[in-house]
Design a binder for this molecule. Sequence first.
Ligand code: ADP
Ligand code: ZN
Length: 782
Amino acid sequence: MLDLMQPGLFQPDETAKAADTPFAEIVFDRPLDHAYTYAVPPSLQNQLAVGKRVIAPFGRGDKQTIGFCVGRTEAKPERRVKAILDVLDEHTLLTEHLLKLTRWMADYYLCGWGQVLNAVVPAGVKKQAGTRLVPILDLVPAALLPSPLPHLSPKQKRVLEYLQTHVTPIELRQVMHETGCGGTPIEALVEKGYVRRRSGRVESATTVSQPIGREGEAPAEPLGVCGSAGASPSRVPFDLTADQAAAWATLEPVLQAGGFHPFLLHGITNSGKTELYLRAIEEVVRQGKEALVLVPEISLTPQTIQSFHGRFNDVAVLHSHLHTAERGNHWRRIARGQVQVIVGARSAIFAPTGKLGLIVIDEEHEASFKQESTPRYHARDVAVMRARLENIPILLGSATPSLESWHNAQKGQYTLLTLPRRVADRPLPQVKLIDLRHDRHPDKKPHGLSPSLERAMKHALDARGQVMLLLNRRGYSTYLFCPACGHVEHCKFCDLSMTYHRERHITMCHYCGFEKTPPDRCPVCGAGQVLYQGMGTEKLQGEIEAKFAGKIVERMDSDSMKRPGSHQRVLDAFRRGEIHILLGTQMIAKGLDFPNVTLVGVINADVGLHHADFRASERTFQLLAQVAGRTGRGDAGGYVFIQTMQPEHPSIVLAANHDYLTFAQEEMQARRAHNYPPFQRMARLIVRSKDEKAGNDYADRLAAAFRVELDRRKAAQEPTGLRLLGPAEAPVFRLKGYFRFHFQLHSASSVVLHQVLRAVLPAVRVATGVELTVDIDPQDML
Ligand code: ADP
Ligand code: ZN
């Protein structure tokens, strides 16, 4: 059946009303912060609606450019305006809420509204993948009917009456079928000027497979239902633990009443946060509304997805492996109100639901919720804004909440819910810190495993437990070093050392992907022997296979998990006990629930501690606490061994003690003392150029303009609290062949921060060959 009107999107009367509004506001995929007014020719009046894309002449030479219609108006602009050339979409692509949300994003993240819209609507929807073109009929608006009205035959009258009493536009085939008329009377109506005939889009009959939770539908690779692979989540809700019940008692009345209300659910690993999410979603689904669940891409495991499929009928899973057409199909199903629960990574926050009742964000502290290209939004913050716009509750959950959210909870802006104990009174695993300075192999060679960790692994495996090992560095050697002259192989384009990958026998830059065959001899001094130093997951795998002959070892990192489905295959095999030792990068650290894992080893806890990033401690604490949470989830209990050179570092000690509260308290003090978020708002400006001097000059000019504005504000005695740090070379100065300078702007008030940016940026034109990036609430400090 043709479904041209999507319930929940713009109401049908919007189109009717729009017929009298001769002007439209259009935004383009450009960093411009205003809309352009265009005339709407009579022939497009009916087709155009807010939220559709158009083709319009734009810029120098009136280039035909795609833009989004964001408003219609009767007010005649002062200047003569150009006219829209065509309307591209059959349906509006955005709900009214999404339009407001994207408008807010453009303001807040300082980019073009058109850029945001273009990024938010999936390619599959824009390309109309999964649909086909068919002939459709539409009524000619009364004002444009010919006069005098041409005479109609009875058959023609019948068709016209049919059209007048149905929602148009409508598929030609349907009109013929239901009126019993052939093509001739319809053609006559077109010729006489009553009816317009054109091509329109309908959903293809042959839709691609999609991971929708309907029984019998094949889920798409790689993240479907995990089949018979052991412990399937129960379809029957549990009896809540006392902690869960207490949290639920606070949550339930708010869900029933509705209205904007943010919650922060701080629950330690294995405390049953997911169960609370599921109940909360059940409550809003019962009310006939939809729920949106954001998880980090990495947590879109079969396990997570199955727990949703087990409890709800219509689940859409939006992950990055979807084909363009599949994504388009999901979007349209969601827009039609056919989905109860949407589970997805970052961009799922833009799902076009019509009756959203709740947003859940699991692992809300995850940095992957931040998009590192325009629009540089943080999905958690966008989600809170969306909840506010749609006036609904939002539930942020984590075992290690971000300090931003923790701060909001402390201030009372979020209601704090806590699950301080594991389910079934299971103890948290005991954590042992291994001091790598002392716990070394007798042969003094570099080993991934200290003697203590190796012994613990033997014990765990002898007792038929399974082992997980975290090493957050992929590849074989993390750098190539010449002992004769000290040369370290660097990327041709970045200030970063090359990583050796033995399986492919190449060296690779992990930032830009540049690849090179490893040198036979030192390229600088010609010495014959280059040392392969530093340990990555590939080297660790070799060491473990040698030390644990006969045990099955699997590696999970982005190199070994390239093929779709491999992630699921390994996790299924691990669950079935067919793998003894699973090692990997942070890919294995989060969310997984395997009761038979009795030992977790962290090969090097210090990897992230020395980044030039004010969140380095927070990230280290989070990663260690999360990976420690992967064990002790079954009756056999569990241990964690953390290898480190700094066993006294507070992040490491507090993670070992499972002490988030003390960590948060101490880290907050440090942030306050150094004026960092969450006490201050921050914008990071990155200037990059292939021409070092051009970049440097522009950064200096921009900084000078900021100083002038800051001085002006001081002189005017406007409350400032503003600080400008820099410009300086970015921690990674050369990246992908660009020289990079950065500075930071801090203020206690985000409003003031924005005022200053708006005052200065337009006044300092970006020089040729220079690019400027403005990153609001930055996560990436390199
Ligand atoms: P978290 O997300 O906090 O790490 P989960 O929600 O994954 O924890 O729950 C951990 C395990 O405990 C899961 O296997 C889940 O099925 C189980 N579980 C959750 N709530 C209960 C409960 N009330 N009683 C018994 N088991 C529970
Ligand atoms: Zn590089």
